[in-house]
Write a new protein. Structure first.
Length: 248
């Protein structure tokens, strides 16, 4: 059997909740991930491999793009975009999941989302993303579309699907980690400015109508799958109609 070089797998977290971050970091490291944290606000001691600090929150998308492009080493060929309240799949190690990822996406241009605990299978909120996607997607301007502030998962899922670079993994789970004083996922969402969510939703609907323009990688002749784009447009039309019926 051919021997593959060891992959460098990093978990990236933009953290504004040090206590929660302290709970999840050991879980990732136990599974073999390197960890990088952008700590927002008041400094606190964290056991990450790399920690950088910022006084103000630039938004989840900008924060994660910064960690992926400017903080971790270029030798990191697979990253996970995580958060303060998410723990890793406990069955496979980082090395094992990297082997699976690169068997599916040999050149690293791919997105893989553990979805066993997701209620919405058309979003990628905590994805594995290959280095080729980090460096090349959106014409090389970022792994995540910079128009969003926080809710990037829907576009990432659909754009990667349209590029035939998406792997939904219902056999894997990224778990919500709670602890003393932790907020539930629903409560956390309530604490995020509603204007942010609504603005990101409007941007997503516009991006669907535009066919996720510009998501193609640098120097690529890849064509987006029109059937996938049509499916995304149909989904958004149905959701808008449902909202209108509920509001009537």
């Amino acid at each position: 059997m051919a021997q593959h070089p060891a992959h460098s797998v990093w978990c990236l977290i933009a953290s504004n909740d040090p206590e929660a971050c302290r709970r999840v970091l050991p879980l990732w490291r136990q599974q073999g991930y390197k960890t990088a944290v952008l700590q927002i606000g008041t400094p606190a001691e964290l056991t990450a491999d790399l920690t950088v600090r910022t006084p103000a929150d630039g938004g989840q998308v900008a924060n994660l793009n910064y960690l992926a492009e400017r903080v971790i080493p270029k030798s990191a060929d697979l990253v996970v975009f995580a958060n303060d309240h998410t723990g890793p799949d406990g069955v496979f190690t980082a090395a094992e999941l990297a082997e699976q990822f690169f068997e599916r996406f040999p050149n690293g241009f791919g997105v893989m989302q553990p979805s066993a605990e997701l209620s919405d299978r058309f979003t990628a909120p905590t994805p594995f993303v290959g280095r080729a996607w980090v460096d090349g997607a959106y014409g090389g301007y970022g792994a995540l579309h910079s128009g969003y502030r926080r809710w990037f998962g829907a576009e990432l899922c659909w754009a990667a699907r349209a590029l035939h670079a998406y792997w939904d993994r219902p056999d894997l789970a990224h778990h919500t980690v709670t602890g003393p004083g932790a907020m539930s996922a629903a409560t956390r969402r309530d604490h995020v400015a509603e204007a942010e969510f609504l603005n990101d939703r409007i941007i997503f609907e516009q991006r669907v109508r535009e066919g996720f323009a510009g998501c193609e990688p640098t120097g690529s002749r890849r064509l987006l799958d029109q059937q996938v784009l049509n499916e995304a447009q149909r989904m958004v039309r149905e959701q808008i109609a449902q909202h209108a019926r509920r509001a009537a």
